[in-house]
Ligand binder design. Structure first.
Ligand SMILES: [Zn+2]
Length: 106
């Protein structure tokens, strides 16, 4: 849909593009935050703190293309591939890679 600017389900060409998919924050419905793709643990020592806590960094965001006629939606991940590669390498993080090769440049 993004490449052709045409809905693959109904051929409609009137599409909404949501640049950063957002949602209400957990602790306040009045706060809107970008939906992150994943998170990574950040030890407190890496953020200049001396406690033994670990923090979570929100990584990446989603772009969505939505057909105005049928609602078909395509999601695109932005800024999260290195974190996803890290999760795959660590195993057991709920992310797996199906590697059939990278598509040729268009
Ligand atoms: Zn459609």
């Amino acid at each position: 849909m993004k490449a052709t600017e045409t809905c693959p389900k109904c051929q409609c060409r009137r599409l909404f593009v949501i640049e950063k998919v957002a949602q209400a924050a957990h602790d306040s419905i009045n706060t809107i935050v970008a939906m992150s793709v994943t998170t990574l643990p950040v030890p407190s020592s890496q953020v200049g703190l001396e406690d033994d806590n670990s923090y979570r960094a929100a990584i990446g965001h989603f772009e969505a293309w939505v057909c105005s006629k049928c609602g078909y939606t395509e999601w695109y991940t932005k800024g999260a591939v290195p974190a996803l590669e890290h999760h795959v390498a660590q195993r057991g993080r709920g992310v797996r890679l199906v590697d059939g090769g990278v598509a040729p440049y268009r």
